[in-house]
Write a protein that binds this ligand. Structure first.
Ligand SMILES: [Ca+2]
Length: 363
C-alpha cells in the first residue's frame, strides 16, 4: 500500500483481513478485495472518536486482535491519545468488528490512565514518548508499552503508567502474576523503561518460549533490547543526577552511557540486563518481531529490530539466555520502519514513514 499518512501499526484477523493505524487518522481495514475502509478515528472515519487528538509523536498507535477472534470474539484493541480526561491521557480502547469487517461498534475503554505528555518542556514537545505498542502474548494477555513523557520521576513511579510495560486481561484488569512490587499498580508488568515501542514473544521451540522481549529508544545512545521478567526493573531513572545539566529536572539527554545509563545497575543492582545494546549511528529502535516459520530458513527464529534513523532492520541471533550473539542487516531497501508484523501464512508486513505498507516474502 502507498499514500498512507504516518502508518503506525498493523494487525491481521485470522481470516486475513488487515487492520492498520495512521497516527492522525485512526484505524482502517484493508479487505480481501483490496478496498479500504476508515473504521474509527478522526473526521472522515465511519465512527468518529471526538476525544481522539494528534499531537507531536502521539495520536493513534498500536492495534491488536483478540486471541479468541476465530472463536467468535471479534474484538480489536487500539492505543490512542484521548482528551476525555483533563489533562489528557493515552488509552487502550476495545472495539467489536462486524462480520464483514467494515464497521466497528461497542467501544469500551479498558485502560484510561496511561501517562501523556501534555506540555512541552526542556526535553521536547508535547505528545512525546507515549510508547504505544500493544500485543497479545502467547499467554493470552495483552501487553501495553508506555513511555516516560520526558518526565524524570515517571519510570520508577509504581503508581503511574508511563515508562512501563503493562500486562492486562481483555477487560483491562491486572493479570495475577504480574509480580508488581508491593504498593504498585498491579497492571505493571515491568517498569524503569524509557520509551518502549517494540514487544514480541520468543517463539515455541526456543528456550524460554513465550518470554516477552522489548525494543526501546535510548537517549542518543544505548538503544536496548530487553528480555522481560515479571516485576522487573529495566533500570531507567533520569532524575537526581547532580553532575548533569537537567532541563526541567529531566536528565535523560544530558549524560553518557556511564553518567545516564539506560540500565543503571548502580542504583538498581537487580535491573534486567539488556540483551542487545546498540550504540552505533542511526538508532531509533522501534518495533521488534521474532520471525517464526520454516519458510524463513536462516532467519527462522531470529529477532528483527527496526532502527528508524538508521533506516534498516537488524536481524539478531540470541543465545539460550536471550542475549544477542550476532547481528546482521536485512537486505531490504532503506526506510524508517514503524512496525514489523507476521501475517497469516507467515509473510512479513512492515509500515514505514514514507506512507507505505510492504509485504515481504522469503525468497
Ligand atoms: Ca534498561
Amino acid at each position: 500500500m502507498t499514500g498512507l499518512q504516518s502508518p503506525w501499526d498493523i494487525a491481521f484477523t485470522p481470516d486475513g483481513v488487515m487492520l492498520f493505524t495512521e497516527k492522525c487518522r485512526g484505524l482502517s481495514v484493508r479487505l480481501a478485495d483490496g478496498k479500504t475502509v476508515r473504521l474509527f478515528g478522526t473526521s472522515g472515519s465511519a465512527v468518529v472518536a471526538p476525544d481522539l487528538f494528534c499531537q507531536g509523536q502521539s495520536g493513534v498507535h498500536g492495534v491488536a486482535v483478540d486471541p479468541d477472534f476465530a472463536k467468535g470474539r471479534r474484538d480489536i484493541y487500539v492505543f490512542m491519545a484521548s482528551n476525555l480526561r483533563t489533562p489528557a491521557t493515552n488509552r487502550v480502547v476495545r472495539l467489536t468488528l462486524s462480520a464483514d469487517a467494515t464497521r466497528v461498534s461497542m467501544r469500551t475503554d479498558i485502560i484510561e490512565d496511561i501517562a501523556y505528555k501534555h506540555a512541552g518542556n526542556g526535553a521536547g514537545g508535547a505528545g512525546a514518548h507515549s510508547g504505544g505498542r500493544i500485543r497479545f502474548g502467547p499467554d493470552g494477555h495483552l501487553y501495553v508499552t508506555t513511555g516516560d513523557n520526558h518526565n524524570a520521576t515517571l519510570p520508577q513511579d509504581l503508581n503511574r503508567l508511563g515508562g512501563k510495560v503493562l500486562r492486562v486481561n481483555r477487560d483491562g484488569a491486572a493479570v495475577v502474576g504480574n509480580n508488581t512490587p508491593a504498593g504498585g499498580d498491579p497492571r505493571i508488568f515491568t517498569y524503569g523503561h524509557r520509551n518502549v515501542q517494540g514487544i514480541t514473544f520468543r517463539p515455541a521451540g526456543q528456550p524460554n518460549a513465550g518470554q516477552p522481549f522489548t525494543a526501546e529508544h535510548g537517549p542518543n545512545h544505548s538503544d536496548e533490547v530487553t528480555a522481560l521478567v515479571a516485576g522487573g526493573n529495566a533500570g531507567w531513572d533520569p532524575q537526581n543526577r547532580p553532575g548533569l545539566r537537567c532541563p526541567d529536572d529531566y536528565c535523560g539527554y544530558a549524560g553518557t552511557p556511564t553518567t545516564m545509563p539506560m540500565t543503571d545497575t548502580q542504583r538498581f543492582p537487580k535491573a534486567m540486563p539488556p540483551s542487545w545494546v546498540y550504540n552505533g549511528s542511526g538508532r531509533g529502535m522501534d518495533s521488534a518481531l521474532f520471525l517464526d516459520g520454516n519458510q524463513w530458513k536462516g532467519w527462522n527464529g531470529r529477532l528483527l529490530v527496526s532502527l528508524m534513523r538508521g533506516q534498516r532492520i537488524a536481524v539478531l541471533q540470541l543465545d539460550a539466555r536471550g542475549m544477542a550473539v550476532g547481528d546482521a542487516t536485512a537486505d531490504l531497501p532503506s526506510t524508517r520502519t514503524r512496525t514489523l508484523v507476521q501475517g497469516p501464512g507467515g509473510n512479513l508486513y512492515t509500515a514505514n514513514d514514507d506512507g507505505e505498507i510492504w509485504q515481504v516474502v522469503p525468497n
